[in-house]
Design a protein around this ligand. Structure first.
Ligand SMILES: NC(=O)c1ccc[n+]([C@@H]2O[C@H](COP(=O)([O-])OP(=O)(O)OC[C@H]3O[C@@H](n4cnc5c(N)ncnc54)[C@H](OP(=O)(O)O)[C@@H]3O)[C@@H](O)[C@H]2O)c1
Length: 267
């Protein structure tokens, strides 16, 4: 039998990136558009959405402009409906939203804990549930004429590091990884995977890990690659997981950390 394999490609895929207006999500949205996918990049801020939508249009990709707050179910449902109206269906969802509230287990108040959980963790559940139902046809939708679709959750290396004063954030990201595994079972034939980035230079980390700071130097020193990641360096993993080349990959979490986790021991 002649050998054949499925290339890593998102050409023709219809993708939605929540948190696609900044940092890692914006890089993924523009990366998908550059690789011939149609892409909606969204978040809460209308100006940010307008700016990234213009950038996507410049690539020639189809898109539509819509804000979304993952803390609100109605907002996520409206996004899914808008994507189906614009593209006729959704093949890929990337969840790259959120921010890090720096508070220790001893200090984080109830309301802040609840706020982080409602966006970082429940937002993952909400968006995955709404879009998976569309992808596997429960809402009458279909992905590229066949059931399936791919959901990519952006987790964090913080799940295995216990970074000080990131109590709620780290707990939510740990929950995201457990959710990814159970969602892979429950949402099949849609595939659900996670990418676990290490320290990445984005607006989220611009201040905390700024070049010249003690933290920046410590991270670079421990990382095998010798520096923090650029957002563009997370895009390839998302493209792989979204592509049909990953047809047997689900419930998985891919770490992209430049060898940080491998660098604990230093002589
Ligand atoms: N940078 C890192 O070192 C790093 C490392 C590991 C994991 N991560 C993870 O990667 C993801 C992206 O982080 P980033 O560094 O790219 O941060 P970023 O540049 O601050 O981007 C975060 C994005 O999330 C959106 N967002 C925030 N709350 C939202 C909500 N309730 N509903 C919809 N969108 C929302 C923001 O837009 P609006 O404000 O307009 O809503 C923005 O587009 C996050 O999940 C983060 O935890 C980052």
């Amino acid at each position: 039998m002649a050998y054949e394999h499925t290339p890593v490609s998102v050409t023709g895929k219809r993708a939605v990136v929540i948190g696609g207006t900044s940092g890692i999500g914006r890089a993924i949205a523009l990366g998908f558009a550059a690789e011939n996918a149609d892409v909606i990049a969204t978040s809460r801020d209308a100006t940010r959405v307008a700016n990234v939508t213009d950038e996507i249009r410049e690539t020639g990709a189809e898109t539509t402009e819509i804000t979304c707050d993952v803390a609100e179910r109605a907002s996520v449902e409206a996004l899914c409906e808008a994507a189906v109206e614009a593209f006729g269906g959704v093949d890929v969802l990337v969840n790259s939203f959120g921010g890090a509230a720096r508070q220790s287990v001893l200090d984080v108040p109830e309301n802040e804990w609840g706020r982080v959980m409602n966006t970082q963790l429940s937002g993952i559940y909400r968006a995955t549930q709404v879009f998976a139902r569309e992808m596997i046809g429960e809402n009458g939708g279909e992905a590229n004429g066949k059931p399936g679709g791919s959901i990519v959750e952006i987790g964090s290396l913080s799940t295995s590091l216990a970074i000080p004063e990131l109590a709620a954030y780290t707990t939510a990201k740990g929950g995201l990884e457990a959710f990814t595994r159970v969602a892979a079972r429950d949402c099949a034939p849609a595939r659900v995977n996670a990418v676990r980035p290490g320290f990445t230079e984005t607006p989220l980390t611009a201040e905390t890990y700024a070049e010249g700071t003690h933290r920046h130097e410590r991270i670079a020193e421990r990382t095998a690659v010798g520096r923090l990641a650029r957002p563009e360096e997370i895009v390839g993993a998302a493209i792989y997981l979204a592509s049909d080349a990953a047809s047997y990959t689900t419930g998985e979490c891919i770490t992209i950390d430049g060898g940080f986790a491998a660098g604990a021991f230093k002589e």
